[in-house]
Design a protein. Sequence first.
Length: 180
Amino acid sequence: MAELSDQVLVVQCLNGDSGAFDQLVLRYQLPMYRTALGIVKDADAARDITQNGLVKSWEKLGTYNSSHRFYSWLYRIIINESLNHIRNVRRMELVSSTQEDDQTPYQIMVDKEEHQKLYDAIAQLNEDQRIVLHLRHFEELSYQEIAEVLQIDEKRVKSRLFSARMKLRELLVESRADHT
């Protein structure tokens, strides 16, 4: 059986088929969670944000404009929920890195320190830079898709991404210099 398009599923939802919305949730729940997690750096908060964003998308489905991609509309909801969380809580917790069983304790420590430096540097970026960096490198969205999600033009996406990368590089170089 062929997979139904987002637009077909949305129409089915609007016509009262809640099962169609379940399919959309299954399709986008994990990417939405990863997006929220990438922004707020707190797994519990990311789960709550994802849940709230999906509920909000169900409640607001009638406002969805089918001339845009559904996932762009949904990403925007998740991003807004994530930013609202940051504003309300005013703190970010770092995600702990996973450890592989075959690493030595020294390797685990070095990896953890390197990951910590990267997370610390990303946390120092402004919200616009953090979001565009996350969408491009962790969600692997194209420039066009990022532009749709953020409702900005591709040129601005590229500019923000360039600025984010340069700032991240600067912060990581400073971090290395401080420890030598």
